[in-house]
Ligand binder design. Structure first.
Ligand SMILES: Cc1cc2nc3c(=O)[nH]c(=O)nc-3n(C[C@H](O)[C@H](O)[C@H](O)COP(=O)(O)OP(=O)(O)OC[C@H]3O[C@@H](n4cnc5c(N)ncnc54)[C@H](O)[C@@H]3O)c2cc1C
Length: 365
């Protein structure tokens, strides 16, 4: 199998790390990165953008072009797996020998009636592109990491809003009691109202409806749960899981099509304990790097070692002045060390910047 033409589909964290590393692992290969966006936007800062803050962006043609990587701006609308071509919205086709599928994820609002019409998803830059800033009473749906980051950011940046955080469980329920208690204190301090046991079954122009029939009024509904991978892989006939992620083996190669590797949110890969790795920058970055190594090994006729991944920490911003770093065990369960407050905020900011550097995005923009 030749690897002369490698196409990286998606210039998010996973795709950029893979493309940059492929320069070294497959010298002489023709590497093309395709993305619908002209600019890289830090997805992990979108809660800041939703709260009205400016966040950094990078020009992809410039960043990749400086390294000799070809960038094509365009939307992939189909994959011809037999002909080994990516089909673009403008009718063009990108042929490949090896494809790195790194299309990330987007909001999964489709199965909740009214959500697509009335809720503002905080999942991709496009979701926020033409959105009016929230006013009055803002309902943040989902009390996981993104919901808590968004609720605290909104409450701190926009004291004119009344913020209500709605979750099926208590906020960041999987963390240790100490970490959960800190998150609760910060939410209280910022005046965020919290409602647990609140499963949203419908979104209306006036707010949301819960599973128990309660109507919760709100002027804005911000959606943070249930990210889904794009439908492209399933439509093309790649083996996928229930949320559209490409099922891979332990070398991140598609189970159905060995010339396709999948990385980041768009990949369904089992961790060491057999559970699927979660959608996170923390998994996307090492997966992107590993895929480049595996492709390089096979290009030399060698069989790569399996992808081995262990979680290290979970890290949240709680507004600009507070944050939380929680060390975790290899399986992502909470370990003892928790750092909170200003130190937590400082570490979180460093991690976000580190992620951008790791993706090859220059500092100082
Ligand atoms: C508000 C928020 C906060 C977050 N905070 C954290 C955090 O603190 N820590 C953490 O680990 N994770 C966090 N995440 C999750 C993290 O952003 C994702 O897991 C990560 O971005 C996944 O990287 P990726 O490269 O797989 O996909 P993405 O970063 O989503 O990149 C996918 C790329 O594919 C492109 N694309 C998609 N479809 C097409 C198409 N059809 N044609 C062409 N291009 C296409 C997109 O334009 C995009 O550039 C957060 C997410 C959000 C929304």
């Amino acid at each position: 199998m030749t690897t002369r033409r490698i196409v990286v589909l998606g210039a998010g964290y996973a795709g950029l790390v893979a493309a940059n590393k492929l320069l070294r692992t497959v010298p002489g290969a023709e590497i093309t990165v395709l993305d619908a966006r002209a600019r890289f936007v830090e997805r992990v800062r979108l809660h800041q953008r939703a709260a009205g803050q400016a966040i950094p962006e990078w020009d992809l043609a410039d960043v990749l072009g400086r390294r000799g990587i070809r960038f094509v701006q365009g939307r992939a609308v189909g994959l011809d797996l037999a002909a080994r071509e990516v089909r673009l919205a403008d009718g063009a086709a990108l042929p490949y020998d090896t494809l790195v599928y790194a299309l990330g994820s987007a909001a999964g609002t489709a199965d909740v009636p009214g959500a697509a019409e009335h809720a503002l998803a905080v999942a991709t830059p496009e979701d926020l592109a033409d959105a009016a800033p929230p006013t009055g009473r803002a309902l943040v749906i989902g009390a996981g990491a993104t919901g808590v980051e968004l609720a605290t950011e909104l409450a701190e940046t926009r004291p004119d809003l009344r913020v209500l955080l709605l979750g099926a469980d208590e906020p960041v329920a999987a963390l240790s009691p100490r970490a959960r208690a800190h998150v609760r204190r910060v939410l209280d301090r910022l005046g965020v109202e919290v409602r647990t046991d609140a499963k949203v079954t419908a979104v209306t122009a006036a707010g949301v409806r819960l599973a128990d029939g309660t109507e919760v009024p709100g002027d804005a509904v911000l959606w943070t749960t249930g990210f889904l991978a794009p439908p492209l892989a399933a439509a093309a006939g790649l083996a996928v899981d229930g949320s559209g992620r490409v099922r891979t083996d332990a070398t991140l190669r598609s189970l159905s099509h060995p010339d396709v590797y999948a990385v980041g949110d768009a990949a369904a890969t089992a961790g060491q304990d057999g559970r699927q790795l979660r959608m996170a920058c923390a998994t996307a970055l090492p997966q992107g790097a590993y895929a480049a190594t595996a492709i390089g090994a096979r290009a030399r006729g060698a069989e790569p070692r399996e992808f081995r991944f262990r979680y290290q920490a979970q890290c949240y911003s709680l507004g600009r002045g507070d944050g939380l770093l929680h060390l975790v065990h290899a399986d992502d369960s909470p370990a003892r060390l928790v750092i909170t407050g200003r130190a937590g905020a400082w570490i979180k900011e460093r991690i976000v910047r580190f992620a951008a550097r790791r993706a090859g995005l220059p500092a100082g923009l």
